[in-house]
Design a protein around this ligand. Structure first.
Ligand SMILES: [Zn+2]
Ligand SMILES: [Zn+2]
Length: 147
């Protein structure tokens, strides 16, 4: 199995959450919206809006980059995906489990770091409020760039 995509089971689960959230907000589950979400949700590579656009365009040749941007922003607002990376290299992540990111300052690759790799207790609330999602970023030079 390709390590850069998630399992069929996990994807089914994420798509169900997506449809349920759209329904609850009275948003139509259009093919376009579903395809954009799916492209982010299936990938472990934290695709950029441009990458999502190029992938979706294969199936939907009439889609515009602007539509992809707007849809990604609305999916983020619905807490279906999160924005990671840096302002110059924005990337999107459909994995909503609490995890941190390591961003390589040389190649801009975004790596997932799960709490098992560093000490982090996954609190659900802090003194200043309840936690909706976690966005911890480490920056450095990745192993691939080091070698
Ligand atoms: Zn790198
Ligand atoms: Zn991630």
């Amino acid at each position: 199995m390709d390590k850069m995509v998630i399992s069929e089971e996990e994807l089914t689960h994420r798509l169900a959450a997506f449809e349920e959230k759209c329904r609850r907000r009275g948003l139509r589950v259009t093919n376009q919206r579903r395809e954009i979400f799916k492209t982010v949700a299936v990938s472990r590579q934290h695709p950029s809006a441009e990458t999502v656009f190029l992938a979706v365009r294969q199936k939907m040749p009439r889609i515009s980059l602007d539509t992809v941007y707007r849809t990604l922003a609305s999916l983020e607002k619905m807490d279906l995906l999160i924005r990671v990376g840096t302002p110059e290299k924005e990337r999107f992540d459909g994995d909503l489990r609490p995890h941190a990111h390591f961003i390589c300052t040389r190649c801009a690759e975004v790596y997932d770091i799960f709490p098992s790799e560093f000490s982090y207790k996954n609190p659900t609330s802090l003194s200043c409020g309840n936690i909706k999602h976690v966005n911890v970023q480490f920056k450095g030079i990745c192993k691939r760039c080091q070698s």
